[in-house]
Ligand binder design. Sequence first.
Ligand SMILES: [Zn+2]
Length: 506
Amino acid sequence: MSNNVIIFDTTLRDGEQSPGCAMSLAQKKRMAKALASLGVDVIEAGFAAASPDDFNAVASIARDIKGPTICALARCNDHDIREAGRALQEAEKKRIHVFIATSPLHREHKLKMTKEQVVTKAVAAVTLAKSFTADVEFSCEDALRTEKDFLAQVVEAAIAAGATTVNIPDTVGYTTPTEMFDTIHFLKTTVPNIKQAIISTHCHNDLGLAVANSLAAVEAGARQVECTLNGIGERAGNCALEEVVMAIKTRANHYGLDTGIRTEQILPSSRLLSAITGSVVPRNKAIIGDNAFAHASGIHQHGMLSHPETYEIMRPKSIGRIDTSLVLGKHSGRHALVDKIKELGFDTASEDIERIFADFKALADRKKHITDADIEALVFGQSSTGPWQLAQMQVTSGSGDTIASAAVVLVGPNGSEHREAATGDGPVDAAFKAIERAIGMEVHLEGLSVNSISEGIDAQGEAQVRVRYAGQNFHGRGTSTDIVAASVSAFMDVINRISRQMAKAS
Ligand SMILES: [Zn+2]
């Protein structure tokens, strides 16, 4: 059996369909490029039959992203599979991923199908998918709540029909590590043609076990893990790519396995995703959280100074966390900026250096030392655009008997100007109200926080806003050296995310 674990990334499909993570076409393409640089083996680009936008995203990633296999998801019906095949047409390497639910609950209540009907449908789907590409993955949705004998029967039939990967997903995040191990072991020892396919797993994190369950599957012989960056995905999310990859790497002595991931790209890719979705990683999150490598206790610090391995199982550098002494400022040129962007792990060929350099110069006029965090913020700066732009804003903060007020000029989707003013409890509240009025949209503000993302009195502030609109959660973020401006830019970010999602839905 191979020592290589295939990393199947579903950030753009399972991740993107989760609440608050919707991405525009440009954002999906940018993320797909980052995933290719990260070295994932397969990019699941979307569900082609879901909507024309999803179709275009898959087709455009298939056309432009080289390196990884590009995969499209399809239910076991002719229309879905043909759309997937059509969307993947221009891919260098393509895979169609078909799925059908196999558990009794799903068969009886959702599909209203017998076991035999499920097998027949699975076989027909794999056969049709094979007419578009030799690389076909078959998934038994809710596999871990499926009768074991029936699971083995479906898997055998799918492989016989030509499936080259069989995926055993814990769709509802219900299983445990030993149960997962036993299931994969059972399939390996029971299904006669199992050697003709790669066993895969896809775990959800409802009980916080997605990574543990994926690793258990790997120990039992699975050689593909489906995962997402930052663990985003339906409900509590998916198996986190960075965690499963670093567990395999750090514990090579235990697993004896490897992945093709360029781990130094983990942090830049993870931060790009946060910037695109506007949802920020908790500080204590494994591998990628801000505190993941911070040692606060005196005993630990002393140990670290004597020998890093006393308390550090991974080097920060191995995931792309670097601290450099090169500080940029007003007099730094374009060349130094490009070097710094490269050093931070970004692919300078795919970044808009002109725009970043202009923003850099503007920031350098306001701020003496430009730090790594500042540069990252500049690179990510334009990740969320339109349809609304804030053209002008004036705020007065109230103190004593003055009332805080804000006046804004917004430019709308068709270039029309919208002017509004409002008063409020403080300048941020007033600005948010004025923006809502100008757009004619009312959102429910659930939270606003401002953190400094670089050091010093002239630090850049990063604002994060959480709002609810039409029963859904949305996140936005914005940066500026001025906290009111950072908050307003985060609010504009969230308004634009909502507008884009609404446009997509209608
Ligand atoms: Zn899933």
